[in-house]
Design a protein around this ligand. Structure first.
Ligand code: P1T
Length: 401
């Protein structure tokens, strides 16, 4: 079903989905077959080999393309411009293959540590990429860097991981179009429910579906969606040529997770807002960073750019600076009970972590310090448990530090 007029909640259930044509099954089956029989060499039913063609993966890819409003029809591209990968980093790696050796990529300075590591410690060497890290939340800096470096790709992440800066997606699209760069937004923290980069003119949206899209901390996966047919053709070639595809079981699980994405996001946003406001009143907390708070430097932009059913909504991620240093944040993190101390985010269960030691350890020290990822910075992923229970948990843990 491809009605672009449907609301996002309905598109989570029906977007890009049709009953199985052979049986009428309302959920796509898990097609495990690695290969497909041919009547005569080259004569087949459109399915040759499962890396290239998998019914279950295609179902997820069409659903994500629909949710992100790729605008491509199945008659343009088999999965309407959606592509699923074995992990978020596999999706990023495949996307970077659109660039020729020696190309320049202009990248947000604060991105997931693994994205930074792939760019700086792998692709700089193996692909000769020139990686220019800039604070793209500063539109003047974005314009200046684009003029100076003439990048072939601009990579934005918003809200950023872990400092929750907000990048103006429309500005990235405009600057990218003016300098001929392919523009990419990592939409992992917002999910397609809150933020719609392709509708603002961005070329490619990237997701770690491990997070909100999967939503249950039981699958690792990644996705790319493009609105441009030329890029869809190149990504289809790359996805098959490189081969870091999502397997059918993971595609099934992810698709199952997507069904409740809109419901979950509403709860994540509501609870995170309550918790952020509560945290602001706690003595043991130096500073709370949440795009929904008036104290956030990019609050107005976030309010305009992150929307749920016509109202502003700011996601489920909160960053705090605990008073003191590493001993205090360590005690706090050891003391939480309902929040699990673990990497990752976006699941139904609340997670908490220490980016400097955990998710962003691979970011070079000097860069980490410049970004303010200090030993007192703690990142919370607010789940969908009862919010009072979460606050009680944080309360008892903060009292211990
Ligand atoms: O873990 P993987 O599915 O490969 O996705 C990588 C990735 C890409 N982009 C963003 C914004 C991310 O947050 C991640 C993964 N992040 C974590 C594991 C984390 O705890 O921050």
């Amino acid at each position: 079903m491809h009605d672009p007029m449907l609301h996002l909640e309905s598109r989570c259930i029906h977007g890009g989905q049709a009953p199985d044509p052979t049986t009428g099954a309302v959920r796509p089956p898990i097609y495990t077959s690695s290969t497909f029989v041919q009547e005569s060499p080259g004569v087949h039913k459109g399915f040759e080999y499962s890396r290239s063609h998998n019914v279950t993966r295609f179902a997820l890819e069409r659903c994500l393309a629909n949710l992100e409003s790729s605008g491509l029809a199945e008659s343009d591209d088999r999965t309407s411009g959606g592509f699923a990968f074995a992990s978020g980093l596999a999706a990023i790696g495949t996307c970077l293959e659109l660039l020729d050796a020696g190309a320049t990529i202009l990248c947000m300075d604060d991105v997931y540590g693994g994205t930074n590591r792939l760019l700086q410690r792998v692709r700089r060497r193996s692909q000769g990429l020139k990686v220019v890290l800039t604070d793209l939340s500063d539109v003047d800096a974005l314009e200046r860097a684009a003029k100076e470096h003439r990048p072939a790709m601009i990579w934005a992440e918003t809200p950023t991981n872990p400092t929750l800066k907000i990048v103006d997606i429309g500005a990235v699209a405009r600057v990218g179009a003016a300098c001929g760069a392919i523009t990419v937004v990592d939409n992992t923290f917002a999910s397609p429910i809150l933020q719609r980069p392709l509708e603002s003119g961005i070329d490619i949206v990237m997701h770690s579906v491990t997070k909100y899209i999967g939503g249950h901390s039981d699958v690792v996966g990644g996705a790319l969606v493009t609105r441009r047919l030329d890029l869809a053709e190149r990504l289809r070639f790359m996805q098959n040529a490189i081969g870091s595809v999502m397997g059918p079981f993971d595609a099934y699980l992810t698709l199952r997770g997507v069904k409740t994405l809109a419901l979950r996001m509403a709860r994540h946003c509501e609870s995170a807002m309550s918790i952020a406001k509560w945290l602001e009143r706690q003595n043991a907390v130096d500073r709370v960073v949440y795009p929904g708070l008036a104290s956030h430097p990019h609050h107005a932009l976030a309010a305009a750019q992150m929307r749920l059913n016509g109202a502003s909504a700011f996601g489920g991620m909160i960053t705090i600076f605990v008073k003191g240093g590493l001993p205090e944040s360590r005690r706090f993190l050891e003391q939480v009970r309902m929040f699990s101390l673990a990497e990752s985010l976006g699941g139904v269960e609340s997670l908490i972590e220490h980016p400097a030691i955990m998710t962003h350890a691979s970011v070079p020290d000097a860069e980490r310090h410049a970004l303010g990822i200090s030993d007192s910075l703690v990142r919370l992923s607010v789940g969908i448990e009862r919010v009072d229970d979460l606050i009680n948990d944080l309360d008892q843990a903060l009292k211990a530090c």
